[in-house]
Write a protein that binds this ligand. Structure first.
Ligand SMILES: C[S@@+](CC[C@H](N)C(=O)[O-])C[C@H]1O[C@@H](n2cnc3c(N)ncnc32)[C@H](O)[C@@H]1O
Length: 246
């Protein structure tokens, strides 16, 4: 499967990829206070390692996570043995249950590399939403994906991480490469050992009007898009934050 997360799952949290979910939890808690009441149940599509569940655990919200990567779900189950995590495509999973909130966070919508896949995910999100529920997702815009046209290097005691990519404007698609060298325990040995982990991700972006019309086509009547970074304007934003209702 395209965008299958393999070995990388094991190091996702260590390499700091879980920070987005932690920040999203702060944003969601503020949203619950403003918009109240707090949801009683939440479906996290493309839940990754379940960091959002961990960050919202003390809210008492009943949580279900779905992710296409068995590696990610294995870590999520380890972190939250009391919550339910399912290995499935966000477009195809059928839980026969409705939720007050459905989420699709941290570039996960950009992982759907065709309109047809994206719309199947939107339809499925709506299918699992209560009538007054909220579907929330973020989306990297073309500006956001263009930012992958550079090399980022992070060095920590336990790893060195390289992230680089290419953005293809004609396809509105980016190839993203994540390469890490992770220090392994080498008790008593004369040299440090490192494990190399490599992950390629393909992310696609769509024009704002294409996303909005897809949401409308999938039955969402209330659609708001705001810049994720509040200093930006929607038209120039690198990441958008969508809140949608039936
Ligand atoms: C960047 S991670 C985000 C994970 C998590 N939401 C977070 O905030 O850390 C993207 C996730 O999308 C999952 N994914 C990609 N395509 C998917 C699909 N079609 N259905 C379900 N999960 C998918 C990947 O396995 C990965 O866990």
């Amino acid at each position: 499967m395209l965008n299958a997360y393999g070995d990388f799952s094991e190091y996702y949290d260590l390499l700091g990829w879980n920070v987005f979910a932690r920040n999203a939890a702060v944003r969601l808690n503020a949203f619950f206070k403003l918009r109240g009441p707090k949801p009683r149940s939440l479906l996290d599509l493309a839940c990754g390692t379940g960091e959002l569940e961990r960050s919202l655990r003390n809210t008492g919200i009943k949580f279900v996570g779905v992710d296409a990567s068995p590696g990610m779900v294995k870590i999520a189950r380890r972190k939250a043995p009391k919550s339910r995590f399912i290995v499935a495509d966000a477009a195809g999973v059928r839980l026969h249950q409705k939720f007050d909130m459905v989420l699709l966070l941290f570039d996960s919508a950009n992982h759907m590399t065709s309109y047809s896949h994206l719309r199947r995910v939107f339809r499925n999100a709506r299918r699992h939403l209560n009538d007054n529920g909220c579907f929330i997702f973020d989306f990297l815009t073309e500006r956001g994906l263009e930012e992958w046209e550079q090399i980022n290097i992070r060095r920590k005691k336990d790893y060195t991480l390289f992230c680089y990519g290419h953005y293809y404007p004609e396809k509105m698609l980016a190839d993203i490469f994540i390469e890490a060298f992770i220090r392994q325990p080498a008790p008593g040995g004369p040299h440090e050992n490192y494990r190399r982990v490599f992950q390629k991700i393909v992310e696609k972006t769509y024009p704002l009007n294409g996303i909005v019309s897809s949401l409308a086509e999938c039955g969402f009547a209330k659609i708001t898009a705001s810049p994720f970074d509040l200093d930006e304007k929607v038209a120039q934003a690198t990441r958008l934050w969508f809140v949608c209702g039936k």
